[in-house]
Design a protein around this ligand. Structure first.
Ligand code: FVH
Length: 283
């Protein structure tokens, strides 16, 4: 079904979203603070709005993809929202999402918060995912239209949940990047070819380790941190050894030291017999 959709914010991501909605046959009205960014989208078939209110008047589904929540509030302030569904795909914190949900629903609109797990080039392609939370009714009503941009996944009624899961996924990503950068510095210190190390050794190893994480999650959910794999004492000694090796190679282990600190703290509590999953209790 073809929908009337308003998109507020035509940065790199907003423009990609509009392109996908147009390609799926929706009628899209667009607004951007810097009007020239609408030009290529108007050439593709979007309708230009001169104000946010004009755009919102033309769309029953209003997608916001702006810099941050304060700019989203600035743009929606004073814009009648009665009867609309606002899908806010701007990245922010759970508290901002909850506060924005009350603000928007208080003005007679449905609210969905979204966390985009994709870069603009991935939009409308396999692998692109957008997490949603908030009004289930609004999600069910617009799911087919949302699917034009990326796989839409509803995560729960709490509007703060999608941004929280978005941040959790980014946290996992940054942890992996931190590990990669330390490994790369260590490998480079030995003059070993980094590309070969990464492709033939590190990536398969990380894939095997990632496959263990559902079992870790089960341990954490059960609260049972016993292990038959490797206890915290073994890992404490292993990380200690790592840090010493880094110093000997002239490489700073700065990104590893916070992990070492948490392991040491847990071990000092007399819990060195547990597995690494127990570290979550220190956070
Ligand atoms: N790009 C990405 O890969 C990531 C992927 C994950 C999700 N993020 C989030 O998406 C939001 C928008 O990101 P973006 O990449 O489109 O960002 P920009 O290209 O910098 O566009 C920013 C838009 O926001 C408008 N804007 C900024 N401040 C204001 C304001 N005070 N009032 C009205 N509009 C404002 C800006 O307008 P202009 O500068 O063109 O006039 C752009 O439309 C973001 O939350 C990412 O974290 C993208």
């Amino acid at each position: 079904m073809s929908e009337n959709i308003a998109v507020l914010g035509l940065g790199l991501m907003g423009s990609a979203l509009v392109g996908s909605l147009l390609a799926a046959g929706h009628r899209v009205t667009v607004w951007n603070r810097t009007p020239a960014k609408a030009d290529p989208l108007v050439a593709e078939g979007a309708t230009r709005a001169d104000t946010p209110a004009q755009a919102v008047a033309a769309g029953s589904l209003v997608i916001a993809c702006l810099l941050d929540y304060p700019s989203t509030h600035q743009v929606l302030e004073g814009t009648p929202l009665e009867g609309r569904v606002v899908a806010n795909l701007t990245t922010g914190r759970p508290s901002e999402a909850r506060e924005t949900a009350s603000w928007v629903t208080g003005r007679g609109a449905g609210y969905l918060d979204g966390g985009i797990m994709a870069v603009p080039q991935m939009i409308a392609k396999p692998g692109a995912l957008i997490l949603y939370s908030g009004s289930r009714t609004a999600f069910d009503r617009y799911e087919p239209a949302l699917a034009a941009m990326a796989e839409p996944r509803f995560t729960g009624d709490d509007p703060g949940l999608a941004p929280l899961l978005d941040l959790a996924m980014l946290t996992g990503m940054y942890g992996q990047i931190a590990g990669f950068l330390e490994a790369a510095a260590l490998v480079r210190s030995a003059g070993y070819p980094l590309g070969e190390f990464t492709a033939s050794l590190l990536v398969p190893w990380l894939e095997a380790m990632a496959a263990q994480q559902p079992a870790w999650a089960a341990k954490i959910e059960s609260g049972d941190h016993s292990t038959e794999v490797s206890n915290l004492e073994i890992n404490r000694a292993g990380v200690e050894n790592l840090v010493r090796a880094f110093h000997e190679q002239g490489v700073k282990p700065d990104l590893l030291l916070p992990l070492k600190g948490v392991i040491d703290r847990r071990a000092a509590r007399g819990l060195a017999h547990e597995g690494l999953s127990g570290l979550v209790e220190e956070l």
